[in-house]
Each structure stands twice: as C-alpha cells, then as structure tokens.
Design a protein around this ligand. Structure first.
Ligand code: FES
Length: 523
C-alpha cells in the first residue's frame, strides 16, 4: 500500500512501518546531545532503554543529584514509545472491577491515584521544561454495543467511581458507532510522545546525564556491589541497574508472566471535518479506539486495534481489517500512516515494577504495561527512582514483581518450543539444494525444511536471499516472518529480529545465526 506523507525521518523504530510521530517529529535535523561516557567511572545508575520509562527515570534520578547513564540499543524512542498511539488515561486495560476483585478495593483506589499522579508528572514536565509536546486534555468515551457489554460497562462505571475516577454515564457517543450505552471519563489526554521524550532528554543531558546510543547491553555481572554491563564496544559500571526494556534479558520470571502483543494503528485523513474531539474506545475483543491528532494544521484520525499475540497473527490482515472497520464509520480520504508496535500483557493484569526477583539487590525492571505504556512508563519512573533513592513509595507493593497472584490467563501463554536442538551441520548450503528459493517473492520470508532442519529464508527487494537459523536465541522457539514489518518475530516472549537476524526487541540479546548460501552456475 502506498503511504503518503511519510516524510523521511531520522528517527528509527523497531519496525519498517513509520508512525505518525516519526513522520512529524520535526527536530530540524538537530542531533540530540548525549554527554560523554567516562571510562572507568562508577555511575550511580545505569538505565537500559531510552523509551519513556528509561528517560523519565533517568531524569528524576539525575535531578536528585545522582549520576546516570542511559544505554540504548538504537536511538531514543526506537521501541514502543515511537509506536504508541499515545493516549493518556486514568482508566486502564485492567478495568477497575477486575482490579477490585483481584487485588481489593484499596488497590483499585491506589491504581486510580497512580494514574492521576502519572498524568500530573507529564503535565509538570511539559510546563516546567516548556516542552512543545502537543499535550492536550481530553475526555474519553467508553461505549457498549450490546446488552452484555452494557452490563460490564455499568460495573466499570461503578468501580471507577468508587476508585475515585471522574466518570459519568453519557447519552451520546463521541464516534459515529451505534451504541447501547456509553460512559465518559473526564481528565484524560494525549500528546506527541517523541517530542515529549526529547524534551526530557534535553534536560537530562543538561544536568550532566549521559546517553549512549547504538549500545546493546548483551550481558551484565554483579561483583562487590557494582554492576558491569557490556555491549560490543563499551563496558559501563554502575551501582544500580534498571532494565527499561519491557522484558529484561535472560530467561526469567518476567518472560513467563508477560505475553507479547502486536497492536495496529492507522493515521487517516478524512474527506470531511468529522474528526472526533476526544478519545473513544469500544469493548470488543480485541478493542478498537479512536482519537484525533493535529500536526502542522493537518488533523489525522488515529484508529487502532486488531491486536494479536506477537508471532501468532497475520499483520497484513490486521491492517486490512482495521481499515475496513474504520471505513464503516468514517469517510476516509486516505491512509497517511499505518504502523504496528509491541506491548506486553501481564498475567494478572497489573504491571511489574521494582526489584527483579532472583537478581542481585538493585536490579530493577518495569514491564507488563498492557496498552497503557505512557502512563505506566511515567509512574514506573517515580517508583524506580524512589527505590534507587531509598524513599518510601506507596505503589511498590501493588506493582511488586515478586507478587504471586492467581494466574487465570496463564494457560494462554505460549509454551516454549522444545525444538532447542537446532544444529545446522553444514554452515553453508547451495541455493540449488533448496527448491523453495525459486518461488520466494521479494519481501517474503518463510521457514523451510532442509535435510530435516528448519531454515528461515528471506528475499529482499534486490533479490538477495538471506538464510538464518530460525531458533530464537532467547529460549529456543521458532521465529515467524512478519510481512508488514519485515521482521522475524518470536511467538514465545516477543523477541524480534530484522531480516539479517539482528535483535530488534528483547529479551534476546544475541542475533540469529546466519547460514551462508552458495550459488553455483545451475542455481
Ligand atoms: Fe523467548 Fe524467543 S524464545 S523471545
């Protein structure tokens, strides 16, 4: 599909599709300052990952007088922050009735306070740092389309009000979708995520913080109270270590407690002026949402949904169905942007923020944000900063990664693939030996059998074929090709690799093994 308006941008993402944020960040080619990493210095905290979570945490700590380094495998906003649909909500994918029933009424109230606090933090940063982040306060409508959903909606209304969230029944829906009942949440919002994080980063660097880009931390060790984290080119030493990378590297509890999902988003121009002034969500499974974002005077209707587990669905079909869905309700002139992004659903509904179980004291994580990454990423920063600084924080126990809650949805989680014994005896094979190569289309990737082993083959636009060992370097599942994003996605814990096998998303930290293909005259 031809995308219009996808301006060239120096901002990269973990996907080939370009988000509206990348296309409109408008930093005028000004390179982000990074500070200078001092070799041999022991920093107070190393933060791995320069998305909203890592950057906000780093800024809070640096402001408190600590010395911090952010190590980013690519560039700031490369991961989910560059692909979010950027809603700022004080209600979450884990609904207040669910939180009340699984964690208790007081926890639901605490969650609601956390939402408000995260929103205030964002507003405060935008105001005090004068960040042009296009932050706007909005109302949000949640609507039911049948009687069953209406019953659920009534419960959401009552539990949200008990938790202290400002929400009322409404007689009208924001979007032209027929409804059975609808409620309206006040005090919600939206912003431009890349402009926001770059504003935070600027301040972090001004305060003496250091950002090291293109630095994938492949391993770390802990000795005599000091972490040493190594990339291919640098070694960084610090007293505390925070993985703001969704899932931390290695095979650990977090891989098992969070399921990776892909979410799909369209940025559309309409033939008329019926852009909704607010946020709207249905209650379908998976749900759809709507909002408008105006950039350089051009409004875009942003519609998302059709989510599925990473490596399990058909991304092209998801985009098609999303577009068909929106065309039922809006006069679409053109699809200016379409992109997908990754998020993680925690097994009991709430994020895991704090000390990583089983790791050295002072190893922190923040993950399982569901579709609420901007809010939980911001709240995580406050929690992690307080943990590092030794301050009390009222949210630590609710979000503790060590909590053991009933895991009703656990069986949904994908078991690791037993096929870990992939050994490609020969590291080279002839193109003529693999018939599948002849009908492989440009831009297509496929898993094929070759002498009893599986190989991931991909043909690029110039006709060059790449062959990889398809066994994920994290825990041995077999990757699947994602046509829309031209990546190899792991169905187990969401590890993703580009077409050359380079890591795009953790938890793997090692690239897929390349298999050499030789071409003889006949092939
Ligand atoms: Fe865990 Fe692939 S096996 S991400």
């Amino acid at each position: 599909m031809m995308m219009e308006n996808n301006k060239d941008s120096s901002f990269l993402r973990d996907s080939v599709s370009k988000s509206v944020w990348q296309g409109t960040a408008n930093f005028n080619g000004v390179k982000q300052a990074t500070g200078v990493l001092e070799s041999g210095k022991i920093y107070d905290c190393l933060i791995v990952g320069a998305g909203i979570t890592g950057i906000t945490t780093a800024l809070l700590l640096q402001r408190s007088g600590l010395s911090c380094v952010i190590a980013e495998a690519q560039e700031p906003g490369f991961g989910t922050t560059g692909g979010t649909s950027s809603h700022l909500n004080t209600f979450f994918d884990a609904t207040y009735p669910e939180v009340e029933s699984d964690f208790g009424e007081e926890s639901a109230k605490l969650l609601a306070r956390g939402g408000k606090e995260a929103f205030s933090m964002i507003e405060g940063f935008v105001r005090t740092l004068k960040i042009d982040a296009e932050l706007e306060g909005k109302s949000a409508w949640l609507y039911a389309e049948n009687e069953k959903e209406s019953k659920q909606l009534q419960k959401i209304l009552e539990a949200s009000q008990r938790a202290g969230v400002s929400v009322e029944p409404d007689g009208e829906n924001l979007v032209p979708v027929p409804f059975d009942s609808v409620i309206c949440f006040k005090g919600q919002g939206q912003f431009h995520p890349l402009k926001y994080i770059h504003g935070l980063l600027e301040e972090f660097i001004k305060l003496g913080g250091v950002l090291v880009n293109h630095t994938l931390i492949r391993e770390s060790s802990f000795e005599d109270g000091i972490y040493t984290a190594n990339s291919d080119s640098v070694s960084i030493r610090a007293k505390k270590l925070f993985y703001a990378t969704h899932i931390p590297p290695g095979v650990n509890l977090m891989s098992l407690r969070n399921a990776p999902y892909r979410s799909y988003v369209l940025g559309l121009k309409l033939k008329d002026e019926n852009y909704p002034d607010g946020l709207a969500y249905d209650m379908q499974e998976p749900y759809h949402y709507f909002r408008t974002h105006t950039i350089d005077g051009q409004p875009y209707l942003i519609v998302g949904g059709e989510d599925h587990k990473t490596g399990h669905g058909d991304p092209e079909l998801a985009f098609r169905e999303l577009e068909e869905y929106v065309r039922q309700y809006y006069e679409v002139e053109s699809v200016s942007y379409r992109w997908s992004a990754q998020y993680y659903i925690p097994v009991d509904g709430l994020p895991y923020i704090g000390q990583l179980p089983g790791a050295a004291e002072g190893t922190y994580i923040a993950t399982g944000f569901n579709g609420n990454g901007m809010m939980f990423g911001t709240l995580s920063a406050k929690i992690i900063a307080d943990l590092v600084l030794g301050n009390e924080n009222e949210y630590t126990s609710l979000f503790s990664p060590s909590r053991m809650k009933p895991v009703a949805g656990f069986t949904e989680f994908v078991k690791e693939n037993a096929d870990v014994a992939w050994h490609f005896i020969a590291d080279r094979f002839s193109a003529g030996q693999l018939p599948a190569l002849s009908d492989l289309q440009s831009g297509e990737g496929r898993i094929v059998d070759f002498e009893g082993k599986k190989i991931a083959i991909y043909k690029d636009e110039s006709g060059k074929v790449t062959a990889l060992n398809p066994i994920c370097t994290h825990a041995g599942c077999t990757v699947q090709f994602n046509t829309a994003e031209q990546s190899w996605d792991c169905p187990c814990h969401g590890g993703r690799f580009d077409v050359l096998g380079k890591v795009l998303n953790g938890p793997p930290t090692k690239d897929l093994e390349m298999v050499l293909i030789s071409y003889d005259r006949k092939s």
